[in-house]
Design a protein around this ligand. Structure first.
Ligand code: FE2
Ligand code: FE2
Length: 208
């Protein structure tokens, strides 16, 4: 038995050595920090439009809790877009986004799509753009990219939680809280300050 296992392992190792590792199809294209910020601005602007459309769909399907989550996340993405835009302007450029009409599926499908988008930003796009901004020593870019990534981590968590609890989707009267500075999004207010940007909780936006 162990020989069979070992031969399988050897075959796998040989394949790994011979075949070049193909990058995942959705790896972000990393350029200079200004271009990366434009790409992030475009992504955030499209995410904002997409989540507003998803919120309408959730409302139409009778899922007010999910509609509120999408509305809160849309508000957060607008904050990320505005923060990236400010840095782009400070670099002497004009923020440019190509906002597409979102493809809207069922609420189940929309949550899965949203989770995939947030996971991409959390695991691939923002880490790659942050590495470049650090390499270029661009403090303002590092800050806006980092704050956005921190919020995307929470968005992914909230979308996963929603997917795990479909029975809660019809719940009415749920609120989400959004940091007006960095877009941190939560089902509860922080004890004192935003855990990401340290903004006082008194400034948080309530989305109901
Ligand atoms: Fe975002
Ligand atoms: Fe997000």
């Amino acid at each position: 038995m162990s020989i069979v296992h070992r031969s399988h392992l050897c075959a796998w190792a040989l394949t790994a050595l011979v075949l070049p590792a193909a990058p995942p199809a959705d790896m972000p294209q990393v350029k200079g920090t200004l271009d990366n910020l434009q790409a992030a601005y475009n992504g955030e602007s499209n995410a904002h439009a997409k989540y507003l459309a998803y919120a309408e769909k959730a409302k139409a399907e009778g899922y007010p809790k999910v509609a509120t989550l999408f509305t809160a996340a849309a508000r957060s993405e607008a904050i990320h877009a505005a923060n990236h835009a400010e840095v782009i302007r400070n670099m002497g450029a004009k923020p440019e986004a190509d906002v597409q009409v979102p493809a809207v599926g069922s609420t189940q499908e929309n949550l899965q799509e949203a989770l995939a988008g947030e996971s991409y930003e959390r695991d691939l796009m923002y880490p790659a753009f942050l590495a470049k901004a650090r390499q270029e020593g661009h403090a303002e870019a590092i800050r806006t990219l980092n704050l956005a990534r921190n919020a995307e981590i929470e968005h992914a968590r909230l979308y996963q939680a929603a997917l795990d609890e479909p029975d809660a989707w019809p719940t009415v009267g749920v609120s989400y809280y959004v940091c007006p500075v960095c877009g941190w999004t939560s089902e509860t207010l922080p004890a004192e300050r935003c855990p990401s940007s340290f903004t006082p909780k008194s400034r948080f936006l309530t989305v109901s």
